[in-house]
Design a protein around this ligand. Structure first.
Ligand SMILES: C[S@@+](CC[C@H](N)C(=O)[O-])C[C@H]1O[C@@H](n2cnc3c(N)ncnc32)[C@H](O)[C@@H]1O
Length: 215
């Protein structure tokens, strides 16, 4: 699954189960599931990410999925957006220790960066319900950019609930995608992602009413 990125992934796993747990960024119970539930779960999403792109990971926490995608897509430029200082410190240490020259860490809430990042791809895992997340993610994407919201079994229901918001954003191609069905050892057998394309129409973005989306 990780290919050439495996040594970096192994080093990252050590950071997560060591300092990550010590500093309360990862629950101690997650140590045994760090590969199937976290690293593999994020790695399989790489199949939805082009080799070369600008990617923003909204609410990176301890770096999931942003750091995993950065190691698997070394030609991509990856921006990790995370408001909590304790987490951004850990992220910066990981970036330095893993030698990930394609990663930038920005401390702050997604709302603060709306209209400033213009990513081709915005990822998010376990950050907010889709109808709220869609607005935050759209603010980080370029017009026509793609949002990949990693969700669990609630994906279909959340997508139904978010339809009015997605329509107001002018989003297209919204659907639930399963990835990694062939990956050995992945918890749950596959990762569930809500994928949609952010609208290109300025009018549709303006109609939504968010000031950041009016830019
Ligand atoms: C449950 S954690 C998930 C972290 C990581 N994505 C993962 O899957 O392990 C949610 C993260 O989203 C961040 N977050 C919450 N609201 C945010 C916002 N408005 N903008 C950016 N990050 C946010 C939190 O600080 C936290 O690190």
């Amino acid at each position: 699954m990780f290919g050439a990125a495996l040594p970096v992934a192994l080093a990252y796993a050590d950071l997560l189960v060591g300092p990550g747990v010590e500093r309360g960024l990862i629950g101690p119970a997650e140590t045994e599931r760090i590969w199937p539930r976290h690293l593999l779960n994020c790695a399989v999403v790489a199949e939805l990410v082009p080799q070369s792109c600008r990617l923003a990971d909204l609410g990176s926490g301890a770096g999931l999925p942003g750091l995993v995608l950065a190691m698997m897509r070394p030609q991509a430029q990856v921006i990790l957006v995370e408001p909590m200082a304790r987490r951004t410190s850990f992220l910066l240490e990981c970036v330095s220790s893993l030698g990930l020259g394609n990663v930038e860490v920005r401390r702050g809430r997604a709302e603060e960066y709306a209209g400033q990042i213009e990513a081709d791809i915005v990822t998010a895992r376990a950050v907010a319900e889709l109808r709220r997340l869609a607005v935050l993610a759209a603010g980080l994407a370029r017009p026509g950019g793609v949002v990949l919201a990693m969700k669990g079994q609630s994906a279909e229901q959340e997508l139904i609930g978010a339809r009015p918001v997605l329509d107001r954003l002018g989003a297209t191609e919204a659907k639930v995608v399963e990835v990694g069905g062939e990956a050995v050892g992945l918890e749950g057998g596959a990762a569930t992602v809500v994928r949609f394309r952010v609208g290109t129409s300025r009018a549709a973005r303006r109609r939504h009413g968010g000031s950041s989306l009016n830019k």
